[in-house]
Design a protein around this ligand. Structure first.
Ligand code: MLT
Length: 317
């Protein structure tokens, strides 16, 4: 009877009347939140019309939200949408209360999002050459917004400071949505943020855009005239922020499979794909949608970023 009970439980997933919660480890309105809400909408139908809520559990560069899911019941009803921070946290944040490699079921990859170097609208530079000169002339007085140590904007900001051989004052927020408000208002000077968050502000000329961090220029209308970092003289500067979907370790295999199946249907949804492309993002290949592949992919990313971060000598306790 017990065995049938357990079997029946997994095959009932998801129960009609029990919402699934996707935890977003950053503030509402930011790039991670954007991906999660669009994904939630596209996953509802393949999960039988179940309601999918988004819970913004922000703070500590994304590790608070990740920890909330690591400690959640492994029943498939609490998921995490996170990004490259899953690969940088193990190096950047020395005492996170969970293990990225062992405390999650890796359900699959979602998308790749390029970043943009943007500035407050009043910053007196109109191209990367002038920006580099302005940074050099204002050493020690520049505020660089990010979403906390371990965030994508923090990582890109680190690489940008290294490329310009300068130090800026990091101003951490609970996400790049609140950071963007201050950038538009001129309270902070610069930020490196994902196109899912910056495209609309660049289009509305609320911020100045100096470069994209993709290997080639982007085709999105509002972004196509922005030079790459490569064109701007920083040949090795490429940052792409991938996102993935995770559940707590111990989630039953059939539940994880149902979630991965629904993820794959969502990532093939023409509406979802169109939304991603309109924001400069690209849905991952079929291979990277696979759970086992995503786990291997993140392990390789941890190995890739660890020496880069150590070389930058930045840690957060
Ligand atoms: C990040 O910079 O890590 C995220 O994009 C922040 C956010 O989603 O608000």
């Amino acid at each position: 009877l017990a065995l049938v009970g357990i079997g029946a439980q997994a095959s009932d997933f998801p129960a009609k009347d029990k919402p699934i919660t996707i935890v977003v480890p950053f503030a509402a309105g930011g790039p991670t939140d954007r991906v999660a809400r669009d994904l939630a909408e596209a996953m509802r139908k393949p999960l039988g019309g179940v309601s999918i809520l988004v819970d913004n559990a922000a703070g500590a560069g994304g590790s608070i939200g990740a920890n909330k899911v690591a400690k959640a019941a492994p029943d498939g009803y609490t998921l995490l949408v996170h990004h490259i921070g899953m690969a940088t946290m193990p190096t950047l944040v020395r005492n996170i209360p969970f293990k990225v490699e062992t405390d999650f079921e890796y359900l699959g990859g979602i998308n790749d999002v390029p970043m943009t170097i943007i500035a407050k609208p009043t910053l007196p530079a109109n191209n990367m050459k002038e920006l580099v000169a302005w940074v050099a002339a204002n050493k020690g007085k520049i505020n660089l917004g990010n979403a906390g140590v371990g965030s994508a904007s923090h990582l890109c900001g680190l690489l940008f400071q290294e490329a310009l051989k300068t130090d800026m004052t990091p101003v951490p927020y609970k996400g790049t949505a609140p950071a963007m408000t201050d950038l538009i208002g001129g309270q902070i000077d610069l930020m490196c943020d994902q196109t899912t968050n910056t495209t609309s502000q660049i289009e509305a000329k609320k911020v100045k855009a100096f470069a994209v961090t993709s290997p080639k220029r982007l085709s999105t209308a509002a972004l196509k005239d922005i030079p790459t970092m490569q064109e701007s003289g920083f040949k090795d500067f490429q940052v792409s922020i991938w996102h993935g979907l995770y559940a707590p370790k111990g989630t039953p295999a059939d539940v994880a499979k149902k979630l991965n199946d629904a993820l794959k249907v969502a990532l093939k949804d023409p509406d979802f794909i169109k939304k991603q492309e309109g924001l400069g993002a690209v849905v991952v290949t079929d291979k990277r949608m696979d759970s086992a592949d995503h786990k291997k992919f993140v392990a390789a990313e941890i190995a890739k970023w660890s020496p880069i971060i150590k070389a930058a000598g930045v840690y957060a306790d």
